[in-house]
Design a binder for this molecule. Structure first.
Ligand code: NDP
Ligand code: 8X3
Length: 252
């Protein structure tokens, strides 16, 4: 029987690349996101890779009731989730703490921390009931070191890092692996979202850097998820070769 993976935020970037990687390797996939038309397109694409099943769930991770009703009432045949990738997330804005937009702060906190918690609260009990599972949280180098103007985004990713450690302790006796993945710069729609659609500003983030691709992170997720049952990667920091940490990179 195929194994099942659920990926939040699969309509773009790392989440989409991860869905493709696992579909090509025969996994049944649950994809989620707010953009329904992208979910529909991706569902078709994933089904073209082989004899797999795909379930699209269209919801906003910030909406507690929606997360509870949709992920808490999965069809019976989708309840055996082997891997949950908590990926949905974003940065909004890049401002000094005294000038930040409070709406941006709330959006990041609600998505990156509270959304991840809502989804985990719905799916972890299914894994506990089945006596196994693997939760992979997408944190960031921004959660390892703060950088100028990163303030609230860095804090949300530090929270993810901390939650990964807590989850690992709480779920240890339930045979559930917890892996924290902390990428550096990955060229996706991330900066376009951060700068509210400003293409030039987004492109400049990666200027002179051979940035990571979404596929690089999908490969790492696949590696972590396919190790023998007794092996768990707890924490993985992945940067472009030209990036030392969240704040220091070398541009050519
Ligand atoms: P993208 O903007 O390309 O993709 C983000 C995904 O998250 C989309 O599928 C989006 O779907 C989903 N998402 C965002 N907000 C919500 C929401 N409220 N409800 C449901 N889904 C949501 O960015 P990335 O792929 O780069 O980012 C993925 C994760 O990786 C994020 O957690 C990010 O913080 C993290 N990360 C990214 C890095 C980078 O440099 N790119 C580096 C380190 C970490 P939709 O809009 O359809 O809802
Ligand atoms: C995204 C990486 O360094 O742009 O999490 O904050 S960074």
């Amino acid at each position: 029987m195929n194994r099942t993976i659920m990926i939040t935020g699969a309509t773009a970037g790392l989440g989409k690349a991860t869905a493709v990687r696992f579909a090509k390797n025969g996994y049944n996939i649950i994809i989620t996101g707010r953009r329904k038309e992208r979910l529909d397109e991706l569902e078709k694409e994933l089904l073209s890779y082989g004899e797999i099943k795909v379930l699209s769930l269209n919801f906003d991770v910030r909406k507690r009731e929606d997360v509870a009703s949709i992920t808490g009432n999965l069809p019976e045949e989708w309840k055996a989730i082997d891997i949950l990738v908590n990926n949905a997330g974003l940065a909004a804005g890049l401002d000094h703490i005294d000038a930040g937009n409070i709406d941006d702060w709330e959006r990041m906190i609600d998505t990156n921390i509270k959304g991840l918690l809502y989804v985990t609260r719905a799916i972890a009990p299914l894994m506990v009931a089945s006596g196994k599972g693997h939760i992979i949280n997408i944190a960031s180098v921004a959660g390892k070191d703060a950088y100028e103007n990163g303030n609230v985004y860095c804090a949300t990713k530090s929270a993810v890092d901390s939650l990964s450690r807590s989850m690992r302790i709480d779920l240890l006796k339930n045979n559930i692996k917890v892996t924290n993945i902390a990428p550096g710069m990955v060229e996706t729609e991330f900066s376009l979202v951060r700068f509210n659609g400003d293409n030039e500003r987004a492109r400049n983030v990666y200027k002179g850097i051979d940035a990571l691709t979404a596929d690089d992170i999908a490969d790492a997720i696949y590696y972590c998820a396919t190790l023998p049952a007794h092996v768990c990667i707890n924490d993985l920091v992945i940067t472009p070769t030209q990036q030392a940490n969240a704040g220091i990179s070398y541009r050519r």
